[in-house]
Design a protein around this ligand. Sequence first.
Ligand SMILES: Nc1ncnc2c1ncn2[C@@H]1O[C@H](COP(=O)(O)OP(=O)(O)OP(=O)(O)O)[C@@H](O)[C@H]1O
Length: 222
Amino acid sequence: MEKSMIRIENAALKLGDFSMKPESFCIPEGYIVGIQGDNGAGKTTLLRMMLGQYDQMQGNIYIDGIDVVKNKRNIKNIVGIVSQERTFFMEENADGNEKIYAPFYSVWDSEEYHRRLRQFHLSTGKRLGEFSTGGMIRYQMAFAAAYRPKVLLLDEPTANLDPVFRDDFLKIMQEFVAEYEMTILLATHIEADLSQIADYIIDVDNGIYSMNECVEGGKKWI
Ligand SMILES: Nc1ncnc2c1ncn2[C@@H]1O[C@H](COP(=O)(O)OP(=O)(O)OP(=O)(O)O)[C@@H](O)[C@H]1O
């Protein structure tokens, strides 16, 4: 039986004039789920809802059975995010950031972190501020490999990447699912990426979001 990793129950949100309409569905463990929609459709907002960032959210979102809003302080051990905005200590190198961040995670695999840094050709001597945009995305994947969240959210990671690296990046995501049994949600407006790797698709259109059919234990969950 497939385990449901994310359960969305009537989750809805109002942000000024914009609203995410109530919706319910589940996402099974160990798949890559694409989140597609135009600019301003609500993709980033949906990812932030999954991180428990909105106290005013109606309904519930559970990740691995944990209510994300009620447990937003601890949720970072099980849900990670990779985005163009993610901030680290940019004046420090990878070792410096490891020293600062590792104590905040319940699991931190230093060996795996350094193995991934080498695999992604990231120098541990360089300050993070010297990494390119693609370098910072790769850095965040190495960081995620160290604490292995059950769910990894990726917000437009392939925007601004050159096509060769984009293909590599898609392979890395598949590797993470296979090796770490992660569930990955990938928000992007690049449809080609999704058709290559996504097992399911969440469509977001002006705050209306829905996933294509999900079956849990042979029974439709919705
Ligand atoms: N704090 C806020 N207050 C009011 N409106 C907000 C707030 N945060 C986001 N919005 C609005 O919510 C809508 C959805 O934004 P969101 O960033 O989720 O879209 P997106 O699909 O990720 O788009 P993009 O691809 O451009 O990043 C936008 O209209 C945005 O202006």
